[in-house]
Design a binder for this molecule. Structure first.
Ligand code: ADP
Length: 170
């Protein structure tokens, strides 16, 4: 009997407030390693985001239009529960620095403790983007600096209109 092929589904969770070229690099590389990659925006009420979850999802959708095996979603549950729901076994995270590593190790160990079937894999940043974070982008955009090399074009437009309505911080 022919063995049924099990889809290899991975989840790339994060805040994506907003998605940067660093995230895009990880998304592109991870999408080649799995049958399906779910990019999942964490709906975390304790942070004070610039973009709403819906806006972040829409920006991700537009920025990843050219990648066929991508799904954009959001979640507010424990990540391991969400993984079950998606029937996914792999969590993808990116690492830029030793500081990221410490935080990511703690996160991966916690998730492993909650469900040892779930595997976290790490992708090293493209050195071009090792300094790049959503916070850096927001900081530059607040003062109307050029972010065209840092974010996909749709995000650049969205940032411009956000900060047009919001004056730079005093
Ligand atoms: P979170 O709040 O979950 O850290 P982020 O949106 O900041 O969400 O990041 C999501 C994931 O993407 C994290 O694993 C982070 O380390 C990774 N990441 C962010 N920026 C980069 C980058 N420039 N290069 C590689 N990985 C990155």
């Amino acid at each position: 009997m022919e063995q049924q092929h099990e889809l290899r589904i991975a989840v790339y969770p994060g805040s994506f407030d907003p998605v940067t070229r660093g995230h895009m690099d990880i998304i592109q590389r991870a999408s080649r390693q799995f049958d399906r990659l779910v990019v999942a925006v964490l709906n975390n009420t304790s942070k004070n985001p610039l973009f709403t979850v819906e806006e972040r999802k829409e920006l991700l959708r537009q920025a990843t239009q050219h990648i066929p095996n991508i799904e954009i979603d959001s979640f507010r549950d424990l990540l391991v529960n969400y993984m079950d729901y998606k029937q996914a076994h792999v969590i993808v995270r990116g690492i830029r620095s030793v500081t990221d590593f410490e935080y990511e190790l703690q996160l991966a160990s916690t998730n492993h403790k909650l469900n040892s079937e779930v595997e976290t894999i790490f992708m090293m940043t493209n050195p071009k983007y090792s300094y790049l974070s959503s916070s850096v982008v927001k900081e530059i955009a607040t003062f109307h600096g050029d972010v065209s090399d840092l974010v996909p074009p749709v995000v650049e437009v969205a940032l411009r209109s956000k900060y047009r309505s919001k004056p730079a911080k005093a």
